[in-house]
Design a protein around this ligand. Structure first.
Ligand SMILES: C[S@@+](CC[C@H](N)C(=O)[O-])C[C@H]1O[C@@H](n2cnc3c(N)ncnc32)[C@H](O)[C@@H]1O
Length: 276
């Protein structure tokens, strides 16, 4: 089978089976990226036809976790978009703390945890890590385990350090990890108060209220209908005057609940909820 061979009808059979058997709904994922990921799985596992992939999905529960890990795009960095992190430190978080003594944060689609460690470092340098309650969620079990461990390749740490320097962090970035057997092992005390949980933004219910939600570079893989639905849930999950941050290539000005937010920073895609 070559890369062109997968039919739309096969993709539909795959999403239907996954929805029925595993209760995950990929129907409204952006088609082109979903198709690319399915073709990649077929190549990787040497499935000669969509039927073989479907059979394996039906018969093998443990394969499903690998399937999810391959379907999702987990690319991330620490202090990705450094000006955004500066804005968070210099304006957004001080603003939240004007009215509260504590801060509740949700990393929705946290991937391997780099964003969570960035947040913890930022809060620690502000002297308020102990005031934060952080929940980090992702649909992908395998990547969540990686996030909890906080082990990263030294190569990636070079980029993370460059971002940290552009963020204008207070300390030496190397103080936050140790090198062990060629890997960077993050300081675990940073995430002592972080709760990592499996959660699907599509099927999952609203489970709490937050002052700040980061859902960056996640909805980019969803079609507009699904983005709309997820954005409604984000709105519900925020306290009034809470902040929502999405990825630099994403926007919410077109969506149904856009009038319930104001734009705080258009460049960094930071929005503030102003209406229930
Ligand atoms: C590209 S990463 C973004 C990571 C991080 N937020 C950042 O911006 O660096 C996208 C993450 O969204 C997760 N994801 C995709 N679909 C999801 C869903 N339905 N519910 C929860 N997480 C999802 C993926 O598993 C992946 O880890």
């Amino acid at each position: 089978m070559n890369r062109q061979d997968i039919e739309i009808s096969d993709l539909r059979r795959i999403t239907e089976l996954v929805k029925e058997q595993y209760r995950y709904d990929f129907t409204n994922y952006a088609m082109s990226s979903f198709r690319r990921r399915i073709l990649r799985i077929m190549e990787l596992y040497k499935f000669g036809s969509a039927d073989l992939l479907i059979k394996r999905l039906k018969d093998d529960r443990s394969f499903f976790d690998e399937f999810i890990a391959e379907i999702t795009v987990n690319v991330t960095e620490m202090f990705r978009d450094p000006p955004f992190w500066r804005e968070l430190r210099d304006n957004v978080i001080p603003n939240i703390l004007l009215n509260h003594n504590t801060i509740s944060i949700w990393h929705a689609g946290c991937s391997s945890g780099e964003e969570v460690f960035s947040m913890a470092i930022l809060l620690k340098e502000m002297g308020i890590l102990h005031k934060a309650k952080i929940i980090a969620t992702d649909i992908d079990k395998v990547i969540l385990e990686k996030a909890k461990k906080g082990h990263y390749s030294m190569k990636n740490m070079e980029l993370n350090e460059k971002n940290y320097i552009r963020f204008e962090g207070k300390n030496n970035f190397k103080d936050y990890f140790k090198e062990e057997n060629g890997k960077a092992v993050m300081d675990k005390s940073l995430i002592e108060n972080v709760s990592f949980r499996e959660h699907d933004l599509v099927q999952g219910v609203v489970f709490n209220k937050f002052d700040l939600i980061l859902c960056r570079n996640v909805m980019i893989y969803f079609n507009q209908n699904l983005q709309n639905e997820v954005l409604k849930k984000h709105h519900e999950s925020l306290f009034k005057y809470g902040y929502l941050v999405i990825g630099s290539k994403e926007s919410l000005i077109w969506c149904e609940i856009a009038n319930k937010f104001i734009v705080v920073n258009n460049e960094e895609k930071i929005y503030k909820k102003i209406k229930d």
